[in-house]
Write a protein that binds this ligand. Sequence first.
Ligand code: SAM
Length: 363
Amino acid sequence: MNTQTLATAEQRAAARQLVELIGGNWATQAIGVAARLGLADHVASGVTQVDALARACACDASALHRLLRGLAALGVLRLDDDDDGGRCSLTPTGELLRRDAVLGLNAHAQWWSQQAWAVWSDLMGSVRTGQSTRQRERGQKGFDHLDADAESAHLFHRSMVELTRLVAVDLARSPALPDAGVVIDLGGGHGELLAEVLRARPGLRGVLFDLDHAVDGAQAHLREAGVAERVTVTSGDFFAALPRPVDVVLLKSVLHDWNDGDAVRILQRARDALAPDGRVLVIERLMPDRVEDLPAHRTTTRSDLNMLVGLGGRERTAEDYDALLSSAGLSRRRTLAAAAAFSVIEAVAQAPARRQGPPCIKV
Ligand SMILES: C[S@@+](CC[C@H](N)C(=O)[O-])C[C@H]1O[C@@H](n2cnc3c(N)ncnc32)[C@H](O)[C@@H]1O
């Protein structure tokens, strides 16, 4: 029997949809290569004709033309045939691949198509073992992989600046932030969020705290943002003692990098650094209790798997965060929704008597 004839129109549509999902990696590589070649910068500078672009990018003209066609199909640029063999222009999406675009994502496209791609290639190993690819293959934990690779470290921190810039203005307006005092951004990277917070609240001073490979870039970034004179940049390890006392500890996209035991240790250090009445602000995407076929849920579950393969971390539900906070001697005061499915969880130190109870999460 010809089974084809038994398939319904709905099944055929589902199969075609699955073919598109299976082939989704081509967009990552096409956009990543465009970013690495600096295609958008060349086009923006007036090099729009395909042969001239190929010379500017040191590429084979015919192969580059094929890449440009793919990018046109993805809506990244427009490709018009002309007597010279094709000319392209940038769409609003393509403009974001320019290195100097206001909300540009050039570094993120490069990071995702190279370093992230490499660790995703053995998702199977991570699903079988629960360990990150870097842990399994090289015995590397946390951000060890960036210690001896300055180029990757720079790309990673630029990528984080680009992603955080998409939400920083909104986060800086959060009512969970006070107007005066000292705020420390733990694992603050190059300081994109801290800069926005200080710009929005002139009465605050800041401490940018991160590993060696972040701090030089942070100094430069904070200078460019015009807030450097209100920030102390400190290189250190947030598993050890922190500068204290501080009124606010910011932890954006940090706890999701770590397993539960490490996340509790970071929260304990944060709690110990607080001034009386100080608060910890955990800024993360919350894993919904029930995941559905929704764009926001795709973003959160993609990030969850990215944490698994890259760092051995995870995205967590609101309940999971309550358990971490409680184990670290902190209590959640409120949770505020923010842009792009982020939440701001505001936590304060528990009264000393409550801290003596058994921890919910063993560290
Ligand atoms: C995912 S990034 C988040 C950066 C920034 N908070 C943001 O959202 O843009 C995690 C940051 O934690 C920093 N980090 C990792 N381990 C650290 C440690 N032991 N001590 C201090 N910072 C650390 C990394 O260097 C990196 O900048």
